[in-house]
Design a protein around this ligand. Sequence first.
Ligand code: NAD
Ligand code: TYD
Length: 362
Amino acid sequence: MTLLVTGGAGFIGANFVHYWRARHPEDAIIVLDALTYAGNRASLAGVDVDFVQGDIRQTALVEQLLRNRGVETLVHFAAESHVDRSIHGPAAFVDTNVLGTLSLLTAARSVWLAGDGTPHRFHHVSTDEVYGSLGPTDPAFSETTAYAPNSPYSASKAASDHLVRAWHHTYGLQVTTSNCSNNYGPYQFPEKLIPLFLINALHGRPLPIYGDGMQIRDWLHVEDHCRGIEAVLQRGRVGETYCIGGGAELLNIAVIDTLCAAVDAAFAADPALAARFPGAPAARGTPTASLKTTVTDRPGHDRRYAIDEAKARAELGYAPARDFATGFAATLAWYLANEGWWRAVLDGSYRDWVETNYAARG
Ligand code: NAD
Ligand code: TYD
């Protein structure tokens, strides 16, 4: 099989490429990635892939890759993915997430549906944020929950989901879509909650908690997400959507307290960490929790996300393998062992963004 993975140099895309390469060594993998601020060629170091730097909005390039390389499976991760950025600059989200997906669908239709048609699969990776926000006692999101996106990011993802659905119903494109919860794990760009707070803790920088910190997310280890996508590709029904969750609904403040305690324990267990990260409170025996700082809430901040994954369990045999404690411990260990990866990221656009963001929030 030959796969085209869009956004394969980003967080989840890179993890998916590592995952697929390890389990399907006979398959060819082509990565198409524009290497925006969120894309890192280093996240694919040492993995046997054919890397193409390009934009998903270049329809002719996508057509050429699909046709000339005999691609029959496209897994679409490429996106602008951060809610805070979408609040500051929504247009880029429409450009990449909506027009970019349209471009891929156009290319897939023209190559795969020409003549007698080629066996194919277009898998679209989306988010639970398209369903909006839950109250404390509402049932979890499922595939039948009505769309109610609240941020420019989730609105752009919702629009892309609708396009994918329409290309199936109108043109017969063989599509599947997965809507997953908050991922965490290796190679995540340090603008999202967990890697941002980990790296800030190591530098002694504030941990900016939006509002009261009582928002709830369902945390999904990225490797479980990759297994879920593999299950959809292998056993999912064409035209269907599948919700993929981590079964770990947690208050933000609980995640942050777990993180602070884990950093303290890591420094207590390994004296070399104090020399490597002298700015960390934990290096002086001060609790990392002393860095917790309440800042102005995110506008339109969704209160609670939760996923009912009964359909994926029943049809695909999917179940998350890692609980949050195990997954988080592995993630902390990865960030401590891969300082070179995130230092390189810190030298780029991230630092300017964090500083501007802090300045804006006071
Ligand atoms: P990310 O921001 O880490 O990576 C996005 C990747 O897409 C980067 O490598 C970037 O260079 C690339 N890209 C951006 N615009 C592009 C363009 N126009 N052409 C080609 N490449 C482009 O994102 P992520 O967290 O890995 O998310 C991957 C997908 O999963 C996204 O579609 C996102 O909406 C979805 N998702 C993410 C989460 C999460 O918790 N991170 C949760 C649910 C769904
Ligand atoms: P994030 O990782 O941005 O994912 P999403 O917005 O897609 O859920 O944020 C996770 C939660 O953490 C969300 O409720 C916002 C909150 N948060 C903070 O409190 N402070 C921060 O600096 C960040 C980045 C997020």
